[in-house]
Design a protein around this ligand. Sequence first.
Ligand SMILES: [Zn+2]
Length: 329
Amino acid sequence: MSEAATLDEQLEAFVGQSSGPATKGRYPVNAPMIHHWVEAMGDHNPVYEDDEAARAAGFPSIIAPPTMLQAWVMRGLRTSAHAEAARERGEAAATTANDQVMSLLDQAGYTSVVATNCDQHYERPLVPGDELEVTSIIDSVSGEKKTGLGIGRFLTNRLEFRDQQGDVVATMLFRILKFKPGTGASRPAPEPEAAPRPLRPRPALTQDNSFFFEGAKQGKLLIQRCTACGALRHPPRPACASCRSFEWDTVESSGKGTIFSFVVNHYPQVPAFDYPLVVALIELEEGTRLIANVGGITPETVEIGMAVEARFEDFDPELSLPVFYPATA
Ligand SMILES: [Zn+2]
């Protein structure tokens, strides 16, 4: 018997097994949690918030948004942290069928994991007062598959959500791919000599912003100025936020400023840029702020409040931009 067949048999033996006793929801389905949810989602269907509207729609009272399903059985931060600490002390609770399948897959070299899909089915709407519990059952473990990410196996758990009567109110199939790292279709490494470096993305030029890029080609950092009230503004836009005038001209900035905030971009990497890429919000001494790259400095030494000054770099014949360097004065 081949080793692969042995693993198949071992995995197959777990199908249909439950991952331990049911997890009970901490709180019954309740209106305050529903309210927080719909507020966060921006979903103001009245059946979630207004009893009268819900009754008019044929429900006994407000209902919970179906996609809140998992929220009702989450065990909470404190319980999760205690479980994690116990695992670190080597006092893990009895391993579940799911833990054992994961462990078998790890041992067979499928050490990477990615969630692939999730299907939920609802049997009835949940209403305030419902008390949920969930059980998890190993639904299937696939044979070895070749995927874009790598050679792996799909593991599907079936979660059954039951109410206070023990009736199934919803089910969820949750599938992950456990795969062998480095066995997927990786993109070939770019060969610097083989192809010219891609150009930086083009700005979308409009009649309101093209002055900025034209100025940059001439080594000038231009700021839009309202000719009615004198307010400066950036990024460029058609009207003044102070007086709503559409009339404007530009003034040339000294190019001096300070780093108001910054991020160091590591990923995703776009071929036209060098990484790690320091991107800063620069506060110009004229008072407006702009986002720009920072040069002549490492991510370890860039600081908020650092004095900087603009230099202009021609990234290609069509695109010149200010890059801010530590001030020399
Ligand atoms: Zn104005």
